[in-house]
Design a protein around this ligand. Structure first.
Ligand SMILES: Cc1cc2nc3c(=O)[nH]c(=O)nc-3n(C[C@H](O)[C@H](O)[C@H](O)COP(=O)(O)OP(=O)(O)OC[C@H]3O[C@@H](n4cnc5c(N)ncnc54)[C@H](O)[C@@H]3O)c2cc1C
Length: 322
């Protein structure tokens, strides 16, 4: 049986893992997070829920549509039709989907029956005794025939450097060309429902996106709002004090969220949110003595569906190659 280690339990890593498992591979997924999902992220604040990473996804390819049908049948996701479509949304004609209990439940469903070790930060990898040997911060060691790295490219480059792995100049420049926008995400738990007329509002200044998680159907116990700062604002204020950022952005929405309706504000820094400069192919096969692939939303089409397509392409490559 062939074996693989997958670094990253986001959409790309879980998709690869599922597919390789189906093909009879021995698969272990490792992620530094406390749970699976990566940017498919939902946080609980008091009795409220808030999606603070990906907000929804579309499915334009037959392969992803098949998974979407499975998730719809299992009541993991639902179709979502926000009244105000994004002016920048290139998939506006396609149906949009959300996790019924938040986007993270999509990742949890995909991870079912997989071997996933969370809270495991990979600190190095190398070839040892004709296999990949991966080491984690906690002292763990994992071995496999193929190594698939699905973490954002700048983090992959840092890992390569830390490992002292001899990557070629061409592979290094392909990974270095991938770039992400940052995003400061503010989550606000409310006492009363917001006065947003629709579930979503797109802004053009410091704030790019506002979503009412109660109207979205994922925060029925207590209303909450998610605010995504624009890429420019996020870049400028990325290292500022989180409380100050939260207040500054919430104050700009006093028409929707008056001060006396705010219960708790939390802010999450996404250093890597949307991959706006991507590698053209769905993954990169690096020059290495054993199979070493890099994938994720920085490869191919980007976003949740692009991460899926990347994951699937990596799995198909492995099963054809080994
Ligand atoms: C604020 C925001 C809004 C977004 N909105 C949308 C949207 O509306 N629609 C859409 O389609 N997409 C959206 N996206 C993008 C979408 O979330 C991503 O494209 C997709 O989820 C990426 O999946 P991935 O598997 O490639 O990466 P990730 O989900 O980032 O997974 C990578 C995983 O690697 C782990 N990791 C990193 N380093 C290590 C290490 N050293 N050791 C172990 N594990 C490690 C991380 O913990 C993470 O779980 C948004 C993203 C953000 C942040």
């Amino acid at each position: 049986m062939s074996s693989s280690l997958i670094i990253g339990a986001g959409m790309a890593g879980l998709t690869t893992a599922r597919e390789l498992r189906l093909q009879g591979w021995d698969v272990i997924v490792l992620d530094k997070g406390r749970g699976v999902g990566g940017r498919l992220a939902t946080r609980r604040i008091e009795q409220a829920r808030a999606d603070h990473g990906a907000q929804y996804f579309s499915a334009t390819t037959p392969a992803f549509q098949e998974v979407v049908q499975e998730l719809l049948a299992d009541k993991v996701i639902a179709k979502w039709e926000p009244a105000q479509p994004s002016p920048a949304d290139t998939t506006v004609d396609q149906p949009h989907y959300i996790g019924i209990d938040g986007m993270n439940t999509v990742a949890k469903a995909l991870a079912k029956n997989l071997t996933v070790h969370t809270s495991e930060t990979i600190v190095s990898f190398r070839v040892d005794d004709s296999q990949w040997l991966v080491e984690t911060e906690s002292g763990g060691q994992y071995r496999a025939d193929a190594l698939l790295i699905t973490i954002p490219a700048p983090q992959a480059l840092a890992l390569i450097e830390k490992s002292g792995f001899p990557i070629t100049t061409a592979d290094k420049s392909a990974l270095s060309a991938i770039a992400y926008q940052p995003c400061l995400a503010v989550m606000v738990a409310l006492h009363q429902p917001s006065t947003m007329p629709n579930a979503v509002r797109y802004d053009t200044g410091d704030i790019a996106w506002v979503a009412d998680n109660a109207q979205k159907g994922i925060s029925l116990g207590q209303p909450s709002i998610t605010i995504h700062a624009s890429a420019d604002f996020s870049r400028t204020h990325f290292d500022d004090d989180l409380n100050a950022i939260g207040r500054q952005l919430v104050d700009q929405l006093s028409d929707l969220i008056p001060a006396d309706n705010i219960s708790t504000i939390q802010v999450h820094r996404w250093r890597y949110s949307l991959a706006d400069q991507r590698h053209p192919a769905p993954f990169l096969k690096a020059e290495a003595p054993l199979t070493l692939l890099f994938g994720g939303d920085g490869f191919g089409e980007g976003n949740v569906e692009g991460a899926f397509t990347s994951g699937l392409a990596m799995a198909n490559f492995c099963t054809a190659d080994l």
